[in-house]
Design a binder for this molecule. Structure first.
Ligand SMILES: Cc1cc2nc3c(=O)[nH]c(=O)nc-3n(C[C@H](O)[C@H](O)[C@H](O)COP(=O)(O)OP(=O)(O)OC[C@H]3O[C@@H](n4cnc5c(N)ncnc54)[C@H](O)[C@@H]3O)c2cc1C
Length: 238
């Protein structure tokens, strides 16, 4: 049976709900699906968190249990909120809730960690940041760094890269150096035929295509590859 692979970026409530719904619907349709969820934050141990007051209001318990088949985490509730009071300059307005529809307060980071555990238990691969196979670098930073390496400009990056970004840029330059022949063929007459090594390739690319986004658009449109690897690229917008 053909397996569909899905990658979801972000393991907040939206990402985990999407992952768990996909798994459930695929199961109902007898369709094999492998869902990978990438979450950049480490919720367990409260190393990172998403900003939130942590109020869990109805109909969330019913939605979790009926739509996602996830037990509502009553054990994470710290307090019940039976109503709110609006304080204005002249008066106080009490907003009371119906019997049985109180909200619960929780620590959001515990809720996010719980939801990730639930999807993991349903067979979703949850990749933490240190397991991500790549790190994103900004196109303009990459371009400025490559300009320096190719001798197009002498001023270094501002602000200077920290150790992780510096490592990424070094690897990116090495990847470019290993692709001189491939990129020469892909860009064809757009770059000089005398290009033989990475610095002259980059200088020639900058003259012909100007910016990294333009290079990526050209490669995606005409060859469906990327600058630093033969990844299949998303179609560039028209
Ligand atoms: C100050 C504040 C208070 C709030 N209080 C409440 C409240 O009390 N009750 C309530 O119900 N709602 C509250 N909300 C709203 C609630 O936080 C949002 O509705 C909810 O978080 C939206 O969920 P989401 O999954 O769409 O996005 P998010 O919760 O923002 O999740 C997105 C996730 O994606 C991850 N991510 C993003 N980019 C990448 C990437 N490139 N790679 C890997 N991971 C990535 C992030 O780390 C994050 O974990 C509050 C919001 C704020 C800002």
């Amino acid at each position: 049976m053909k397996t569909t692979r899905v990658v979801i970026i972000g393991g907040g409530p939206g990402g985990t709900a999407c992952a768990s719904t996909l798994q459930r619907l695929a199961g109902e349709l007898d369709h094999a699906v492998h869902v990978t969820l990438l979450e950049g934050k480490q919720f367990s141990g409260e190393q990172h968190y998403n900003q939130c007051v942590g109020v869990l209001s109805p109909p969330l318990p019913a939605l979790l249990e009926e739509r996602l088949c996830v037990p509502f985490p009553y054990h994470l509730a710290r307090n019940q909120i039976k109503g709110y009071v609006l304080h204005t300059l002249r008066e106080e307005i009490a907003l009371e809730t119906d019997e049985g529809s109180a909200s619960l307060s929780s620590r959001r980071v515990h809720f996010d960690a719980y939801m990730l555990e639930q999807v993991r238990a349903r067979g979703v691969s949850v990749l933490p940041p240190h397991r991500l196979p790549y790190r994103a670098i900004r196109a303009e930073r990459l371009q400025a760094d490559f300009d320096c390496r190719a001798g197009i400009q002498t001023q270094g990056l501002d602000p200077p890269p920290r150790v992780v970004e510096a490592g990424c840029l070094q690897r990116a330059w090495s990847a470019l150096a290993a692709r001189v022949k491939t990129l020469k063929e892909a860009f064809g007459q757009l770059i000089s035929s005398t290009v033989a090594e990475v610095a002259s390739l980059w200088a020639s690319l900058r003259r012909s295509s100007d910016s990294v986004p333009k290079m990526l658009c050209f490669l995606s449109e005409h060859h469906r590859i990327s600058l630093l690897g033969n990844y299949l690229c998303l179609q560039a917008p028209p």
